[in-house]
Design a protein around this ligand. Structure first.
Ligand SMILES: [Zn+2]
Length: 412
């Protein structure tokens, strides 16, 4: 077997394609391989698929392939262009590469493997590729994956907002809670942005959504009510988001009280912020004594804390009816606490009560997306290197979309 035959085999070429020349430069650790079609070959026209003769060739192009031993390997070819009476002059695609790629499919697969394991700059260092082409591979992988993805409405979804970068910039994520995959990423957290996700589906298809976990965020609520049949029964406000309302109120009470006490020289609340915010069992052992000291003091903060802690058992109820009864008692206590921030938070929860109680039917929260969130957090840390929002979105789909990313060899 001579070297042209060997490389034809290694590249997986079939007739009419074959390697016509191989150049090995050992000191430069580089191999160049030239590929041509057999003279006189007819190709299917890119328009009508009918067999058409070769009209001319493109200038020589180069694709990086998998290394051969220690040598970087490049494939060179002038691609034929066909001439069809109906469709005119069309270029024949290279069977070893995706259109517009400067890599062979084999090399793209290797890049996708590397990109799955490390960040973009890491993959670039390992493979010796540069920024734009590496993103090109990632973007093509995502486009392929999205195109292959079956159009299917998830049974349970989570709608989650994410702050992006500095300032008040947000995006919305739709997550399939059963599969743990990101289904949709869209800029903003407006009604219109979430409606764009729903509008891909018919009302009959949207009927298939059984439950939707989300924050108590009006635009999401409006979009869901506008698009999803029976939304009232399906929306479940995220319990962690609901709890946060009360935790934030408690923190406000503490800040106000600390300020007032400090003016009289009473510094009991100094440095206690997290003692109040943690769930009681999570207070670290070496601070328990300190916490016991302030917890039972006659402070507004300790009252607010007790109300915060008292909301926790609400989520443990099995039956909606009992949970509702418990909430009413809690609400009475909270609204009679004379603690303005707590009263306000309790009223917010009360006005959303119907869809807090749906939790006892569907039992979903956005914490199901914890794995995704931590991945996205990592992507966000790397996002300074992403330079733009499109890249960030591409990365989310690439790592969290559950997509079939790899190029498949062309079947001829
Ligand atoms: Zn044609």
């Amino acid at each position: 077997m001579d070297d042209t035959e060997l490389f034809s085999k290694l590249l997986g070429l079939t007739a009419p394609w074959r390697v016509t020349r191989v150049s090995v430069n050992v000191p430069a650790e580089r191999i160049d391989v030239w590929v041509e079609e057999l003279p006189g070959t007819t190709f299917p026209c890119a328009g009508c698929a009918g067999p058409v003769p070769v009209y001319d060739h493109t200038p020589e192009q180069q694709w990086r392939h998998l290394d051969t031993c220690q040598c970087r390997t490049y494939v060179h070819a002038r691609l034929p262009r066909t001439s069809c009476p109906t469709d005119g002059v069309r270029q024949v695609p290279a069977p070893w590469a995706e259109p517009r790629s400067q890599f062979t499919r084999g090399f793209e697969c290797q890049m996708i493997d590397a990109l799955k394991e490390c960040d973009v700059t890491g993959a670039m260092r390992l493979l010796g590729t540069s920024w734009d082409p590496t993103w090109g591979v990632m973007a093509r992988a995502v486009a392929r994956g999205l195109a292959r993805k079956a159009k299917r409405v998830p049974v349970q979804i989570g709608v989650d907002e994410k702050a992006v970068g500095k300032g008040q910039s947000y995006e919305s994520l739709v997550v399939d809670l059963d599969q743990g995959t990101v289904e949709y990423v869209v800029d903003e957290r407006t009604q219109a942005s979430l409606e764009r996700y729903y509008r891909q589906f018919t009302p009959e298809e949207l009927q298939g959504i059984e439950a939707i976990a989300m924050d108590m965020w009006d635009p999401y609520i409006a979009a869901t009510k506008a698009c999803v049949p029976d939304a009232e029964r399906k929306i479940v406000f995220d319990r962690y988001h609901a709890t946060t309302q009360v935790t934030k109120a408690l923190d406000k009470v503490r800040r106000q009280e600390h300020k007032a006490l400090a003016q009289t020289g009473d510094l009991r609340l100094q440095g206690t912020r997290y003692l109040w915010l943690w769930n009681e069992e999570n207070v670290p052992p070496w601070r328990r004594e300190e916490f016991a000291g302030v917890k039972h003091a006659e402070l507004k903060t300790s009252r607010a804390w007790a109300i915060k802690e008292a909301l926790r058992p609400f989520w443990n109820y099995v039956y909606r009816k009992w949970a509702e009864k418990y909430f009413k008692a809690w609400y009475f206590w909270a609204t009679h606490s004379r603690l303005e921030p707590i009263i306000e938070a309790a009223k917010t929860l009360k006005s959303h009560l119907a869809n807090l109680l749906t939790y006892f039917k569907h039992r979903i929260t956005n914490a199901t997306t914890e794995g995704i969130n931590s991945k996205i957090q990592t992507l966000k840390l790397m996002a300074c290197g992403y330079r733009n929002r499109e890249h960030y979105k591409t990365a989310i789909y690439f790592h969290c979309g559950g997509l079939d990313l790899y190029p498949r060899p062309q079947v001829t």
